[in-house]
Design a protein around this ligand. Structure first.
Ligand SMILES: Cc1cc2nc3c(=O)[nH]c(=O)nc-3n(C[C@H](O)[C@H](O)[C@H](O)COP(=O)(O)OP(=O)(O)OC[C@H]3O[C@@H](n4cnc5c(N)ncnc54)[C@H](O)[C@@H]3O)c2cc1C
Length: 292
């Protein structure tokens, strides 16, 4: 007796219009971008084989990178290796560093930036930087297209998983360049290529005539959500650099009150908190040295 074939039906659209049309016709289909996360789940017994898969591999429209004076725009299907390939002089330094410290080269050839954002991991270094840079995401369905702020999605999404609302496909990421005078990304993990670690941190700062005019401090791996506190950032604006020891101490003790990291199998709450405060202290001291 012939067996029942329950292998998924695979669609391979050639362009964005066909992708959106298929996604609308088969709303329960699984979108396959680079497949790195899907293949990890596929090997687990609880993985339910989808009825339909939409393979996005041929959609060249979503594999483009464009830079203007004000922003960098990256197609959702751009593999991480391509972002690094463009180079540190074109890509914001913090983003370049975060992408370079994501996974290993063979995975980065496949893994897309859109897939990383969709997963929404609070451990993601890429998300830590995109959140600090106030990035925007273009979401599309067959009927609708909109730009939404990544911050809004991060704040709204419970447990910060599956950031893209159902029925939408992430098509482009717009990253304001911001003309930062100083930007850094740090990842603290046992192995730099590890998806989960103790901490990710992005610090951005802008100065004019020795005055701090903008600052962003964003942390990943502290809990269910990435951490950024706009009030804490705003409290530093308009101050003259370098900060003296007393004002740095005051800021660090304020941060101490705001941070409530978790303990998990990758790190302890105490270690995460101490390391976060040390990194911010170092960043603030650096500002004084670099920017005056
Ligand atoms: C060995 C390994 C190491 C890793 N290390 C790190 C690390 O150090 N740091 C880190 O942050 N991450 C890490 N990751 C995660 C990695 O970045 C993601 O697996 C990858 O970016 C997902 O992209 P993808 O194209 O492979 O997505 P896929 O596996 O194809 O898809 C993942 C999910 O996203 C959905 N999706 C994909 N694209 C879109 C889109 N455009 N619109 C809507 N939904 C979409 C898919 O439907 C699916 O549900 C690691 C992964 C592996 C396998």
């Amino acid at each position: 007796m012939p067996g029942i074939d329950n292998s998924p039906k695979i669609f391979t659209p050639n362009n964005l219009h066909d992708l959106l049309s298929l996604a609308s016709e088969y709303p329960d289909s699984l979108l396959f971008a680079g497949g790195t996360s899907i293949m990890q789940k596929w090997s687990k017994p609880e993985f339910e084989l989808p009825e339909y898969i939409i393979d996005c591999g041929k959609i060249e429209d979503l594999k483009k990178i464009k830079r203007t004076e004000r922003y960098l725009e990256v197609g959702a299907l751009v593999p991480l290796s391509k972002i690094i390939g463009i180079g540190i002089h074109v890509i914001p330094k913090g983003l370049y560093q975060a992408v370079s410290l994501t996974a290993i080269p063979t995975i980065r050839q496949l893994a897309t930036i859109g897939g990383n954002i969709y997963i929404g991991s609070p451990y993601s270094g890429i998300l830590t930087v995109l959140y600090a840079m106030d990035s925007f995401l273009e979401l599309r369905s067959f009927q609708k297209s909109m730009w939404v702020s990544l911050s809004e999605l991060i704040i709204k999404t419970e447990k910060q998983r599956n950031l893209i609302p159902p029925g939408y496909i992430l098509t482009r990421i717009r990253i304001p360049l911001g003309n930062w005078n100083h930007q850094i990304f740090k990842k603290i993990a046992r192995k730099k290529s590890q998806a989960h670690g103790s901490l990710t941190f992005c610090g951005l700062a802008k100065t004019s005539k020795g005055i701090l005019t903008d600052i962003r401090l964003c942390f990943g791996s502290l809990g269910n959500h990435l951490f950024r506190h706009r009030g804490f950032e705003a409290g530093m604006l308009g101050r003259k650099l370098p900060f003296n020891t007393k004002s740095i101490d005051t800021m660090i003790s304020q941060l101490n009150q705001l941070l409530h990291p978790i303990t998990d199998r990758y790190s302890t709450s105490e270690y995460r908190k101490t390391t976060s405060m040390r990194l911010v202290q170092w960043f603030l001291e650096e500002l004084g040295r670099i920017l005056i």
